[in-house]
Write a protein that binds this ligand. Structure first.
Ligand code: MG
Length: 313
């Protein structure tokens, strides 16, 4: 367990470095080394120490304190390969709620990088379309609000991207579990990163905010209360298919929720779906990015993408 956590810290540092630059990488590397040193430190008690102080070094004991809320899930759904859990399994431990701190690395609203494609800056919905043409969501302040007119999708198609999107869930909150502040970001129109009010609103963990819907809960719950703007920074890589239709590379996602790493290079089992698993079927490398109208007045703002091209050595 310790080796795995150390490994993940280094991998996370690398991902952060890619996202935020070398200076932060240095800081994270320092932190990782400090933590590794702490984890590996000698805790042999000296003579005279009371027995109670000989416990292992302090470490987040997630598995011991995480809640399980079986009643929010399903028990008749398929087993997710590589796990002991079913799709939407209520016995999957609830991700721990973490305080996000006060991170200087979070950009202020509206500050997109110079090479980003702006998909929404609060002025209009021209980059989006609805089922029957123009996107019908309501402009509210510097955001747009889901209003029952259906999903909206980008007019342009995208493949591998870094995406920034901010959202806030409704006040006052109503409903529970999947019925509270539900929306979603679909890449290639098939692969959903869930949007949900996950502030004191237990649901099946693979369906909470920042989950790869129906497949993988976030590492922790970095949600903020309803009415507060939250950010997803997502690196999404689409799948690749061989000529015979077999998958040569699954879709993958890395997600920061309010600056906290919650999905790290996680492969999708296939397109995300309610209550079931799916097989990959060949599809184009580019398709619109879609935002879900799940009937809840969730708001979005400050949406941009940076297109990622494959490295050539
Ligand atoms: Mg959703």
């Amino acid at each position: 367990v310790l080796d795995a956590s150390r490994f993940n810290i280094f991998r996370a540092s690398r991902t952060l470095a890619a996202l935020f630059g070398a200076n932060l990488f240095g800081a994270n590397l320092f932190g990782a080394i400090a933590l590794a040193t702490l984890v590996g430190c000698d805790t042999t008690p000296t003579a005279g120490d009371p027995i109670e102080t000989t416990s292992a070094p302090q470490k987040a004991s997630a598995t011991e304190t995480r809640d399980v809320v079986p009643e929010v899930g399903y028990s008749d759904t398929p087993l997710i390969p590589g796990t002991t859990y079913r799709v939407h399994d209520g016995t999957r431990p609830q991700p721990l709620l973490v305080s996000i701190g006060d991170q200087a690395t979070l950009p202020p609203p509206g500050a997109a990088p110079s090479d980003a494609r702006i998909l929404f800056d609060g002025n209009d919905l021209l980059q989006w379309q609805g089922k029957n043409g123009a996107a019908g969501w309501k402009l509210v302040g510097d955001g747009m609000e889901v209003n029952g007119t259906g999903d909206i999708a980008t007019r342009e198609s995208f493949g591998d991207v870094q995406m920034h999107v901010e959202f806030r869930t409704p006040t006052k909150p109503s409903g529970s579990s999947q019925g509270r502040g539900n929306s979603g970001v679909f890449f290639l129109e098939r692969y959903e990163i869930q949007v949900l009010d996950s502030w004191k609103n237990p649901t099946y963990p693979d369906g909470q905010a920042a989950a790869i819907y129906g497949q993988r809960p976030p590492l922790v719950n970095a949600s903020l209360p309803p009415g507060q703007w939250q950010a997803y920074d997502i690196v999404f890589l689409g799948p690749r298919f061989a000529k015979d239709g077999s998958v040569t590379r699954p879709a993958r996602a890395t997600v920061f929720h309010n600056g906290i790493l919650v999905q790290h290079d996680v492969p999708f089992q296939g397109p995300t779906r309610h209550r079931t698993l799916t097989e990959y079927e060949p599809h184009p490398e580019r398709a619109p990015i879609r935002l879900q109208d799940h009937g809840d007045p969730v708001q979005f703002r400050n949406i941009w993408v940076r297109e990622l091209t494959e490295e050539t050595d």
